[in-house]
Design a protein around this ligand. Structure first.
Ligand SMILES: *[C@@H]1O[C@H](CO)[C@@H](O)[C@H](O)[C@H]1NC(C)=O
Ligand SMILES: *[C@@H]1O[C@H](CO)[C@@H](O)[C@H](O)[C@H]1NC(C)=O
Ligand SMILES: *[C@@H]1O[C@H](CO)[C@@H](O)[C@H](O)[C@H]1NC(C)=O
Ligand SMILES: *[C@@H]1O[C@H](CO)[C@@H](O)[C@H](O)[C@H]1NC(C)=O
Ligand SMILES: *[C@@H]1O[C@H](CO)[C@@H](O)[C@H](O)[C@H]1NC(C)=O
Ligand SMILES: *[C@@H]1O[C@H](CO)[C@@H](O)[C@H](O)[C@H]1NC(C)=O
Length: 369
């Protein structure tokens, strides 16, 4: 008994000491920041999910530093939404202008010397909405997700965690990650998932993620949205048993819709988007062994598309796709601001590119000008 009584305070003391140590570490960091030319930017905000708050963290730091990702809540895990290396933003690393120019030149030379090919391959296979016109941006989400997603905290070092970046010059690394509360994540098999409206949708991880995934029994999900709404599943991190030498899969992740297979694969991938054609899809994880030591998967489910908008007065919907809607004025009329008969709205990330309630009504076209 006496032994127990003595050890408990010791444990507390130890905890207190380590806490103090981290506090001092932080205090020191804060002291360093103003005297060093480089800086560090962090903003945090909360996003309401149906099951609680999700913390969103945005950070910018020089790519030659270790990035520390942490979630304040122990009952939340990291999920990397965006990670970009911005080669032309070097001021965050504290370069003087002369050095900056020299470095920039060096990098440009490097790009010319066929490095561009390598770096493009390293961007991962995320599907980009925009043309990749910006050559100075490099998407490093895939390696961030591999290293950090599913963890409570994580340390990321670009040059050792993203293959092929050893010779990239120090520049801004912009990062956006979410601390997803465990309760907001569906992690049990054989449930029906109703997809909430809104941009974020929800997340699902395979049981055991990111340590292992189970098998030997049926493990599947049904996703449902409202009639007329299509579904997007994004595998932000897929990591199951690699294919055999002949390319065949032992374990497999499969997405089906009305008896058609939309997606089926094994191995490792990040950023794969699957878009359904209806409001109901099923997902199955088919694994042969009871437990397999790979990460499994983390995916996001969302409703595709923007709010339904009806045609402004005097016009009708002349063309409608998943990502755009064209309104045309009835014959002889035009939209007053553009003087054009047609108006195209584009749906991006759940929002129309023009405020819907600002759409003007068609007016008669003046015969003569
Ligand atoms: C980086 O390059 C892009 C495109 O060339 C430009 O729009 C942006 O302003 C540049 N940023 C800096 C900090 O130079
Ligand atoms: C990051 O990793 C590289 C390569 O392993 C190493 O040389 C470098 O010191 C690391 N950076 C930091 C800040 O620890
Ligand atoms: C999607 O559904 C529409 C009608 O709901 C149908 O006309 C179209 O052929 C379907 N496309 C695919 C690829 O199944
Ligand atoms: C969108 O709105 C129009 C008119 O308000 C309606 O006719 C149409 O059925 C709606 N579409 C969906 C998918 O709700
Ligand atoms: C639409 O336009 C017609 C004729 O220009 C008008 O009579 C009608 O009230 C308008 N409807 C709305 C909702 O503004
Ligand atoms: C919205 O996107 C369409 C198609 O790209 C474009 O024609 C239109 O000008 C855009 N509208 C605005 C307000 O940017």
């Amino acid at each position: 008994m006496a032994f127990v009584r003595r050890t408990i305070p010791n444990v507390i003391l130890l905890l207190l000491l380590s806490f103090l140590a981290t506090m001092t570490e932080r205090a020191i960091c804060r002291l360093i920041v103003p005297t060093s030319p480089s800086y560090f930017l962090r903003t945090t905000k909360a996003v309401k999910l149906s099951t609680g708050n999700m913390e969103l963290v945005e950070e910018e730091q020089c790519s030659d530093r270790i990035l520390r990702l942490t979630c304040r809540s122990l009952k939340a895990f990291i999920f990397v939404l965006e990670a970009e290396y911005q080669s032309n933003r070097t001021s965050i690393c504290g370069y003087e202008s002369q050095r900056l120019i020299a470095k920039k030149k060096k990098f440009k030379l490097g790009v010319k010397n066929s490095r561009v090919k390598d770096t493009r391959q390293l961007r991962g296979n995320y599907i980009k909405d925009d043309e990749e016109e910006e050559r100075y941006l490099f998407d490093v989400r895939a390696s961030f997700n591999r290293k950090c997603s599913g963890q409570h905290h994580c340390r990321y070092n670009l040059s050792s965690d993203h293959p092929g970046t050893t010779y990239w010059h120090p520049a801004a690394l912009r990062l956006k990650y979410a601390c997803v509360p465990e309760v907001a994540v569906c992690k049990y098999c054989n449930v029906e998932v109703r997809i909430p409206k809104g941009n974020e949708g929800g997340y699902l991880k395979s049981p055991g993620y990111p340590l292992y995934y189970p098998g030997g029994y049926s493990c599947g999900w049904t996703f449902k949205s409202s009639p007329g709404e299509r579904i997007i599943l994004t595998f932000h991190d897929l990591n199951i048993r690699s294919p055999e030498a002949d390319g065949s899969c032992i374990d497999v992740v499969r997405v089906r819709e009305k008896g058609n297979t939309l997606f089926e694969r094994c191995g490792i991938a990040a950023g794969i988007k699957i878009i359904s054609n209806s409001s109901l899809v099923t997902l199955d994880l088919i694994a042969s062994t009871k437990l397999y030591p790979a990460r499994g998967f983390l995916l996001q489910y969302q409703v595709l598309g923007c709010p339904n908008i009806s045609a402004p007065n005097g016009s009708y919907i002349s063309y409608d796709t998943v990502t755009s809607r064209t309104f045309s004025c009835k014959s002889g009329a035009v939209f007053p601001d553009t003087r054009k008969e047609n108006r195209i709205l584009e749906c991006k990330n759940g929002k129309w590119n023009e405020t819907v309630d600002k759409l003007p009504t068609c007016v008669g076209k003046k015969r003569k000008i």
